[in-house]
Design a protein around this ligand. Sequence first.
Ligand code: ZN
Length: 227
Amino acid sequence: MIRHHPDENLLLEYASGSLARGPSLVVAAHVQMCADCRSHFHTLNNLGGSLLNGSPAQPLQANAFERLMQRINQTPDKVAEKGEDTPIGEQIDQDPVLEHLPRVLYQLLNRNPNRHWKSLTRNLQICRLKSGQNDYEVAFHRLRSGSGLPKHDHRGQEFALVLNGSFSDHRGIYGRGDFVLCEPGQVHKPIATQDMDCLCFSAVAAPVALTGISGLFLNPLISFCPG
Ligand SMILES: [Zn+2]
């Protein structure tokens, strides 16, 4: 059961197309997994359409069509309208971790044939993805079952979605489909539950900062690769 959702404002930004591409991918994936947010998304879309229908016509700029097509090509597939949890179910690159993804993430994987997993620590791996923007690092993270991340601070917003397994921090437990937003200045120490590795998809606006004495030595070494 999904317990954590994007708030009203974030869903509205996503529905109106004004949310940045990185966070949009995370929200789109959540909406594909979450019937409640999908229903809400439909309502917001219909409301937006009604408002547009009631607006007086405006003259178009000369390159309006080209700009519209560019926007469509850059926008994450809003197959939220279709709404399947995920039609995938096939194994990608012999990597069983990346099974049963929301369709928008499957499409992103197809555009990243050269992706690879990299170990950040003994228990944490990252698979960075190119998503056609320069503001957010977009990636999968895999945290080994039962292990934790060092306590860290967020220097920019982090939008994340749990895809497999679960983790907990001082705010609660997050399982498959749960949406997680960390604001700058929020400190937490996520720990994966014992039963399976925890797979998350995230868009991060700035590198995290380890707290405590270890941060003095390790923070300058933490890489950040928006794209
Ligand atoms: Zn939801």
